[in-house]
Design a protein around this ligand. Structure first.
Ligand code: BMA
Length: 313
């Protein structure tokens, strides 16, 4: 293990040289911003399901594909999953998807924020090909967001990480369901930490990723400052068999806004990861994030170095 990384955890991740890898100016149709993408590998190809905000201020989701997860992105020529006109729950758009290969249904499960006049809530859609989607409706009511299913059941129950607002507090919660409709056994999984860099609120980043040590969880933490909210990224590890157990949570943040494109945009001072993949041959962890709510950045790390760092926390 490289000692330098222990000294400076903020060097665990490297920004890709092509950053921002996807920008609104390069989109095939006119948009305001592209950010907060879900990510998954499908037959060697990397698929990003990007949140795209149109020039009315409503978001939809559009697929971008790349053979190496870094370059040569091919973006669908029009919205891939657009607001459903009939759906009350998506009246104000679809935001911030997280994707898992969902073993029980043998399809990809996309949890996203459906934004309704009642507030943001957690919805689910299933797809096999990222061309046609089956909406499953709302899983949990407003205000709730930043949700991902675990890719498999635990015992006979589905498990969801999400971020409701309860009595004004914004912590990461975990909930269980026998049927994806009725949810219970809700508990706080990862609380915000008063006074810390993740003092104001915390929320799940990318989908949970299974590793040899447990479920790798990246999360965003927010501090309120005189010039607005600062969104940074922290690391935690959940027990493989019982994801309610947080085995590790690192003290410092591991990624925060630094580059021009992370400070210049609709919401300055934001790095907001929502998708991650592991390149099996190289052991590279690739994390995709929204930069300043305007473009998409990529950071990479060596998974083993991340795990060693977590073990030292
Ligand atoms: C969060 C979410 C994200 C957004 C972030 C920073 O609350 O709404 O969609 O990227 O704020 O503005």
């Amino acid at each position: 293990m490289n000692k330098r990384l222990h000294n400076n955890p903020r060097e665990l991740f490297s920004r890709h040289v092509y950053n921002p890898i996807l920008k609104p100016a390069e989109w095939p149709y006119v948009v305001n911003s592209v950010f907060n993408p879900g990510a998954i590998q499908v037959e060697g190809e990397t698929i990003l399901l990007c949140r795209v905000e149109d020039c009315r201020g409503f978001s939809h989701l559009t697929v971008a594909r790349s053979p190496d997860g870094k370059s040569n992105w091919k973006v669908d020529p029009q919205p891939t999953l657009a607001r459903s006109q009939e759906s009350h729950e998506e009246q104000w758009g679809l935001e911030d998807p997280r994707i898992v290969w969902f073993e029980p249904f043998e399809s990809y499960a996309i949890t996203y924020t459906s934004f309704s006049p009642a507030g943001p809530q957690v919805s689910l859609a299933l797809t096999e090909d990222f061309e046609t989607f089956e909406r499953q409706g709302v899983l949990l009511p407003p205000e709730d967001k930043d949700a991902a299913l675990f890719p498999r059941k635990f015992g006979d129950r589905y498990v969801l990480i999400h971020r409701p607002i309860v009595r004004g507090e914004q912590h990461v919660w975990i909930s269980f369901s026998p049927d994806l409709t009725h949810w219970g056994d809700h508990e706080i999984l990862l609380p915000r930490r008063s006074g810390w860099w993740d003092d104001a609120k915390v929320g799940l980043g990318p989908q949970p990723i299974e590793t040899r040590l447990g479920w790798l969880m990246l999360y965003h933490g927010v501090r309120e400052t005189a010039s607005g909210s600062l969104y940074r990224v922290g690391l935690a590890l959940l027990d493989s068999d019982d994801p309610t157990k947080v085995i590790r949570r690192c003290d410092p943040w591991v990624l925060g806004p630094r580059e021009d494109y992370e400070y210049r945009g609709d919401v300055p001072g934001v790095v907001f990861p929502t998708g991650a993949v592991i390149d099996e041959p190289s052991g590279e962890l690739r994390v995709y994030y929204g930069a300043a709510d305007t473009s998409i950045g990529l950071v990479t790390a060596n998974l083993e170095e991340i795990l060693s760092y977590l073990e030292s926390c």
